[in-house]
Design a protein around this ligand. Sequence first.
Ligand code: NAD
Length: 260
Amino acid sequence: MSTAVIVMGAAGRMGSTLTRLVAEQNDMNLAGAVERKEAIGALGGLNCPVRADVGALLADTPGAVIVDFTSPEASLATARAAREVGAAHVIGTTGFSAAQKEELETLAAGTPVFWSPNMSVGVNVLLKVLPMLTRLLGESYDLEMVELHHNKKKDAPSGTALRLAECLAEARNWRLEDTARCCREGLIGARPEKEIGIQTVRGGDVVGVHTAYFMGPGERIEVTHQAHSRENFAGGALRAARWLAGQKPGKLYNMQDMLI
Ligand code: NAD
């Protein structure tokens, strides 16, 4: 059975990747694309209805799954429209405030909603695997994290590096706030055992590289995730769309729910 997909923000970086990827899938069809009125002119050559409002598309395509990488306000408005008709809604948008996140959770009680600030399947699998490695190796292994990103990235360390380091800390029953060491300089002395170094490298057009180091007596394990392009996020969102189409409402689903 083919899953009908409506792409929000179709002229955006993620939206345009998604419309292309959906068209390439054997088990999906592009049921519609939504863009702001001002940006709709940038959309050309799409083989589907293009609208500035998701409401009419939802009425025309019952059962369609919405895939949405836009802005927190736009995604919330879409979640309200999805709730009206019970449509499944996959959200990759980041930057929700606590109150906005709470509203999403409330809406998720009435319609299937999935939200992940990192749609990479690989990163989410690492979140499952790294705690196991940490526990199996034991306390004598020092834990470090290094991340590389392009030279335009505004924040450091990346949110993904922080989340990965947090899952290492949790596996040791530590709090990342107490143990993260984001920079070393000068006469720092011996490395404390209860520490997780998080180092940042910036340059060029690197999409994103995260390496977790487990450094023990006489050996070292490195686990690296490399994002090559936005397709890694878009592919994860489409996998979530397929999965969400078969879920009932009740909670705000995330990647960890899907990857059980
Ligand atoms: P972008 O600015 O290139 O695209 C956003 C698009 O949404 C724009 O074309 C904009 O016109 C459109 N838009 C805004 N309001 C709209 C509305 N009301 N209706 C329809 N369209 C609307 O941004 P981007 O790089 O594609 O990222 C979008 C969001 O996804 C950001 O929050 C970003 O942080 C997030 N993101 C998440 C992941 C992830 O893995 N979860 C990966 C990449 C980006």
